[in-house]
Design a protein around this ligand. Structure first.
Ligand SMILES: NC(=O)c1ccc[n+]([C@@H]2O[C@H](COP(=O)([O-])OP(=O)(O)OC[C@H]3O[C@@H](n4cnc5c(N)ncnc54)[C@H](O)[C@@H]3O)[C@@H](O)[C@H]2O)c1
Length: 591
């Protein structure tokens, strides 16, 4: 007979515990909440009241249901009140000693067949369990933040957890509307093991002043479709909690990428814990508020456009997917575009593709036939570089081969008027190499669009050590005028997005290779637990395993970071010709 779970206890009603108590109470299960003292109880109660008020405002709850929910939660400072509950979920801070002490006490107070669960994000459930007389009844029950919203729950089994305990907890998770995934006991389980390396990497970029907090966050939102940027997410998680999770992951993995970035400790010591204290990477209008307010680090964008060089005519070099998309985007925004191809046929081929795309937009009522005609009319095909002589900006989008690009830049240097901005769309080559092929390196910059350029909002604006400030301002201004979101970064492999994304994807492959979890569970954990638009294996298959491997190799070669070494499984799949969707087989089969 499955367990009934007539009532549950939650110990620690902070960021996570309060949300967990709300989730159980909302499903009709009475909750006994235990906190340290009356002040903590008042704060927890306020937290749950606010959260349910928001649910009320969003029509996710009515008044009667909210009252009943609040009535189902009792608050106490005494663990003895947990004597009769069927399950205890521990959600106190991420310290092993505190958790083992608590589990020892709980096992003395609670019923013999109670299930003791920890919401730890990274500590060993096995280690917590052995401090009780019944480790077979101990599991991890890892909710995601905010618990009332996020559907994923990782149910963590140890080598001694009884099967019926796992089954009952899985059934309970389903009953409260969550999507459980069962995992083994490894630091970070599935989602955090993959997420925190990425988060720490973003903090390191911020600490190194490689990019601003706004640009790091915008890059991942607009380049990858993530719901939040990494620094805003750490503010939500809590810097102290993030630090402890990274620290315990590091102790298990010994992977330098998990060693908490030093700035985290400094910010924690200064009391900047994130949203819960009203200040972390960003400043909020009040503790526990999601509303960001301007502070001393907020960039002043008012004068940026004033420094830009005037741009009327833009040259595009290339005839591939990116060049075609960029031509369309520029012409649609009203720029005169000179498209330089290696032959007239190729140039006309691009214009035909743009026409087809515009016709589609007209067919769907998104554009008038006159606008489509005017857009096409703004595009001039060319074969000779001299046709670009009067361009104010030239965007190079030829093959991803440095020799080919250098040749183009040498030709542009000879043909284009002085003062023009020369940009490359390279996604992985050093921009400075293109600059070095010219006699005007200060005018050369990276303008990295994402594929499909017509759809993706992000443009990474990559300045080299030589790029002039007004060249950067010009590209930012043009990106904004074509309704993209420009972010600035330095000339390093992977810029922002690929440098943050691909090591995470590679880590997922390594996790699969280690047989820790199945591809489907890993994809689910990242989609449901972190609200990412695609799981890592789905995304790798879309990008192409060969392309992904090449990017990962570039990152490894530039940074020589051991953790960036490409996963052997990725290399094998590429060798076997399983390149993802384009070959019909990758991590998944497409038939
Ligand atoms: N923050 C996240 O995004 C997140 C997500 C999933 C899991 N977790 C895990 O959940 C746990 C709690 O993290 P949090 O972010 O909610 O921390 P938090 O600091 O917001 O809350 C911890 C709460 O526990 C209370 N507390 C401390 N010792 C206690 C004790 N002995 N008895 C009763 N209450 C006690 C504190 O007063 C505080 O309210 C950690 O193990 C963390 O790793 C956190």
């Amino acid at each position: 007979m499955p367990r009934e779970f007539a009532s549950v206890g939650v110990v620690g009603l902070g960021t996570m515990g309060a949300g967990i108590a709300e989730v159980f109470a909302r499903s009709g299960i009475p909750v006994v909440g235990v906190e340290l003292n009356d002040d903590c109880i008042a704060r927890s109660r306020g937290h749950i009241e606010h959260s349910t008020e928001r649910a009320l405002a969003k029509d996710k709850l009515d008044d009667a249901a909210r009252e009943a929910l609040l009535d189902r939660i009792t608050y106490t400072t005494s663990l003895e009140a947990l004597a009769d509950v069927d399950l205890v979920v521990e959600a106190i801070p991420e310290h092993l000693d505190a958790k083992t002490d608590l589990f020892e006490q709980l096992s003395k107070i609670t019923k013999p067949d109670v299930i003791l669960a920890s919401n730890t994000s990274s500590l060993s459930i096995t280690e917590i369990g052995v401090h009780t007389p019944r480790p077979s009844k101990v599991v991890g029950l890892h909710f995601f933040n905010p618990a009332p919203v996020m559907a994923l729950v990782e149910v963590v089994r140890t080598v001694v957890t009884e099967q019926d305990v796992v089954d009952d907890v899985v059934a309970l998770a389903e009953r409260i509307g969550k999507s459980p995934v069962v995992t083994g006991d490894r630091a970070g389980f599935i989602a955090n093991a993959l997420l925190f390396g990425y988060l720490n990497h973003a903090v390191t970029m911020y600490e190194q002043k490689y990019a601003t907090r706004e640009d790091l966050d915008a890059a991942m939102r607009f380049g990858c479709g993530y719901p939040m940027g990494p620094l805003a997410l750490i503010d939500l998680i809590g810097l102290d909690t993030a630090y402890e999770i990274l620290d315990s992951m590091y102790h298990q993995s010994r992977d330098r990428r998990h060693a908490p970035a030093p700035i985290l400790k400094q910010m924690i010591t200064a009391g900047l814990l994130g949203r819960k204290t009203g200040r972390g990477f960003y400043t909020y209008d009040a503790p526990d508020s999601p509303t960001v307010v301007a502070d001393a680090l907020t960039p002043d964008t008012s004068s940026a456009a004033a420094n830009a060089r005037p741009v009327r005519t833009v040259g595009v070099v290339g005839t591939g997917t990116m060049a075609t998309g960029i031509v369309e985007v520029l012409a649609k925004a009203g720029y005169d575009v000179v498209l330089r191809a290696r032959s007239e046929d190729k140039a006309n081929g691009v214009i035909a593709k743009v026409r087809k795309s515009l016709d589609k937009a007209v067919g769907k009522g998104r554009m008038s036939a006159e606008d489509a005609e005017a857009t096409i009319g703004r595009i001039t095909p060319a074969v000779d570089f001299t046709a670009l002589a009067d361009a104010d900006l030239v965007v190079e989008a030829v093959a991803e081969d440095i020799d080919v690009k250098r040749e183009v830049f040498t030709a542009l240097d000879a043909a284009v008027k002085p003062g023009a901005v020369l940009a490359t769309t390279t996604s992985s080559l050093p921009v400075v190499e293109c600059a070095a092929a010219t006699n005007r390196p200060a005018d050369v910059i990276g303008m990295h669009f994402f594929n499909p350029a017509q759809v993706m909002k992000l443009v990474e604006v990559v300045s080299t050590i030589n790029t002039a400030p007004d060249v950067e301002a010009t590209v930012i201004d043009v990106a904004a005028k074509v309704r993209k979101v420009p972010v600035r970064c330095g000339d390093r492999a992977g810029f922002i997005v690929n440098a943050l994304l691909f090591p995470y994807l590679n880590d997922a492959v390594k996790m699969l290779e280690a047989h820790y979890a199945k591809a489907a569970d890993i994809d689910t954990a990242m989609k449901v637990g972190c609200s990412l638009p695609m799981g890592p294996f789905e995304l790798l298959d879309v990008v192409g395993l060969d392309v992904s491997l090449a990017i990962q190799r570039t990152l490894f070669n530039e940074f020589r970071e051991a953790g960036f070494s490409p996963a052997p499984l990725l290399e094998h799949l590429v060798k076997a010709g399983r390149l993802g969707r384009k070959t019909g087989q990758g991590f998944w089969d497409y038939s």
